[in-house]
Design a protein around this ligand. Structure first.
Ligand code: 3EB
Length: 305
């Protein structure tokens, strides 16, 4: 079928993994391991909560690495992962790493980026200039898109959350062929139009990407209406708003796959899990980490097959 699939489990059980992301207790630079591009993200404190995410289309994969970016591609899709080391200010390193990744996509012939994930250490802390590291990251990312060699018409769906190790790790999925559509959410201002009270450059992402075969890749989604956080301090209400935001993108939330739920406070996990199990049917990964706004307590993403 060649459709893009994501599953949580053992990569060895997948015939042709495009890329593997291990959410666990250590961070490593992306590399090709056991024949597959692999990246370890430090998003878990309790090893029992570790999750391995595997992307595949069931087609044979060619792998490699260049400029610290590990990649796997199968003729239709490429998975790439890169890392920006800890720094006093992130915009230059993020800009450079993104540009290297985009250059690689051009050279490999997969210029249509449909989905990106960004894991930002010390996300809510100030950089050397006092700018919040998430905002610093957004600046570098926006600059990379400003001078991107990629087709300029759409931004990818994305996730931007914290991590327990310093530095920025990112991974992405891109297509060889055009044809995906960026989707916005009428309940939310497009993130790339957020006012500058949220930072010098707005976040560069779309709310979802609709692929030509029908898959819908949904960005990290939070309790934001218009551009404002709603229900600060109330994790249950934030979950309900987030689920309503997801429901405007995907008609049937119970069909979502590879759902990841990022929770700021360990103490909120039980409440979040209770609400999510009422809605999601497939595997759900719960990850405890800081989020891009200090008033956000929960963020959710998934893929509609
Ligand atoms: C939001 O809607 C919540 O910076 O890549 C969600 C998804 C969020 C992606 C990003 C940020 C990002 O603004 C935060």
């Amino acid at each position: 079928m060649d459709r893009l699939r994501c599953l949580f489990g053992d990569p060895a059980a997948v015939p042709h993994p495009l890329g593997v992301v291990r959410y666990g207790t250590v961070a490593t630079a992306p590399s090709v391991r056991s024949g597959t591009p692999t990246v370890d993200l430090h998003l878990v404190r309790d090893p029992a909560q570790a999750v391995t995410e595997v992307w595949t289309t069931d087609r044979p994969v060619s792998v490699g690495s260049r400029d610290g970016i590990a990649f796997g591609h199968d003729g239709r899709y490429v998975f790439c992962a890169g890392r920006v080391p800890a720094a006093a200010r992130y915009a230059p390193g993020v800009r450079q790493a993104y540009r290297r990744a985009f250059g690689l996509l051009v050279d490999l012939g997969y210029p249509y980026v449909v989905r990106m994930w960004n894991f930002v250490g010390r996300i809510n802390e100030p950089n050397a200039d006092g700018l919040e590291i998430y905002r610093d990251f957004c600046r570098g990312r926006a600059e990379a898109f400003d001078s991107s060699p990629l087709p300029r018409d759409t931004l990818p769906a994305a996730t931007g959350v914290g991590a327990h190790t310093e530095g920025v790790t990112f991974y992405l999925l891109a297509r060889r062929a055009a044809g995906h559509v960026a989707v916005e959410n009428h309940r939310q201002v497009p993130a790339y139009h957020y006012p500058d009270r949220y930072g010098p450059r707005p976040p560069s992402f779309a709310r979802a990407s609709r692929l030509p075969d029908g898959e819908l890749l949904i960005s990290g989604t939070a309790s934001i209406l218009g551009h404002a956080t709603v229900h600060p301090g109330d994790v249950v209400a934030q979950c309900r708003t987030t689920l309503a935001n997801l429901a405007t993108l995907a008609a049937d939330l119970s069909a979502l796959q590879a759902v990841k739920v990022y929770v700021r406070h360990t103490g909120d996990l039980d409440a979040v899990r209770r609400l999510c199990t009422e809605v999601f049917v497939g595997d759900v990964a719960y990850l405890v980490t800081d989020l891009c706004r200090t008033d956000l307590l929960v963020e959710m993403e998934g893929m509609s097959p």
